[in-house]
Design a protein around this ligand. Structure first.
Ligand SMILES: [Zn+2]
Length: 316
């Protein structure tokens, strides 16, 4: 039993064969490019080997799980794109499970992040903010497949307009571009930084102690803490994993985030809230997509293990 996992984003499309014990058997990725359908078809065709039993797909959303379609904000060529059908055309009539990319990150970290927890909340903080959850071993995908849109929890009802139409969503405060915009408005200048990489420049400035940059991180951490305590109050989850480019800032984000949670997460079952950064980095989504395909086939996955390759390294 080998499944194909796909991780589809605005920048790249990645594919991997994954065995039920978490061994990554083959992996490849291509830039999404201006013709995402062609990129997808070529990549999937090269992974369409005999013996594939299911396909798990993590895609930027929103999506319609029942219809098998996606409309990723960052892939403009795809609006209501029949992703599941497009995959099936290359691999044949096997089950195709479709989920959000951040949902897959959460499921991947739960399965192979080495945490040994039954429940987990995953948050991806990048150009946008997404999330996903596993509750007592069951991935929470929602009625239409869109559960986990933590980026659109309102953290400031009088805040900035969000592209979703509401005001003051978490994403308007704590996404990379939102943090950059806020710091620029307070006098921070990115100097000679690559305009496509101002979030990295902001991180470097915060490390150097530039006040507006530090304040942008503290503000984002506060907003994330609000979203985390809201979500964990509803779901009763103690383990939170943060991934994405902004999370790479590490302690700059995590220290004020943990401090804010210690101050404000007051319910007794929230006292043990643990926030860590991703263990699987860029492959978390692929492992999660594989996990969803394996679960759809009836596999009972055991959380708390680590990817096979890591295990070999550990015993060497
Ligand atoms: Zn919003």
């Amino acid at each position: 039993m080998t499944v194909l996992a796909l991780d589809i984003g605005g920048t790249k499309i990645a594919a991997a064969h994954v065995a039920p014990d978490g061994t990554l058997l083959a992996r490849a990725e291509h830039p999404t490019g201006p013709a995402p359908t062609t990129t997808l078809r070529r990549l999937v065709a090269s992974f369409a080997v005999p013996g594939l039993t299911a396909v798990g797909v993590g895609s930027a959303g929103p999506l319609d799980a029942a219809a098998g379609t996606v409309s990723p904000v960052n892939i403009r060529a795809w609006r209501g794109f029949p992703l599941a059908d497009a995959v099936r055309r290359s691999v044949g009539a096997v089950p195709v499970v479709l989920a959000g990319d951040a949902q897959c990150m959460a499921v991947g970290e739960w399965w192979l992040g080495g945490r040994d927890v039954t429940s987990l909340l995953g948050i991806v903080v990048s150009t946008g903010i997404g999330g996903g959850a596993v509750l007592r071993g069951v991935p929470i995908l929602g009625t239409t497949g869109n559960a986990g849109h933590i980026g659109h929890i309102v953290v400031d009802p009088d805040g900035e307009p969000c592209p979703c139409g509401a005001r003051g969503c978490l994403e308007t405060v704590a996404s990379g571009p939102s943090m950059v915009r806020w710091a620029l408005a307070r006098g921070w200048t990115p100097g000679g930084a690559d305009p496509a990489d101002t979030a990295k420049a902001l991180t470097a400035a915060a490390r150097d102690g530039v006040p507006a940059a530090r304040a942008a991180f503290d503000r984002a951490a506060d907003a994330l803490a609000t979203a985390i305590r809201t979500t964990t109050a509803i779901l009763d989850i103690s383990d939170v994993v943060i991934g994405g480019g902004v999370a790479a800032a590490g302690a700059l984000l995590l220290d004020p985030l943990r401090a804010a949670l210690a101050r404000h997460a007051t319910l007794t079952f929230q006292h043990d809230l643990t926030v860590t950064t991703t263990s699987l980095a860029r492959d978390a989504g692929l492992y999660g997509a594989a996990a969803l395909a394996l679960i759809a086939e009836g596999a009972a996955l055991r959380p708390g293990s680590v990817p096979r390759a890591d295990r070999r390294t550990a015993s060497a």
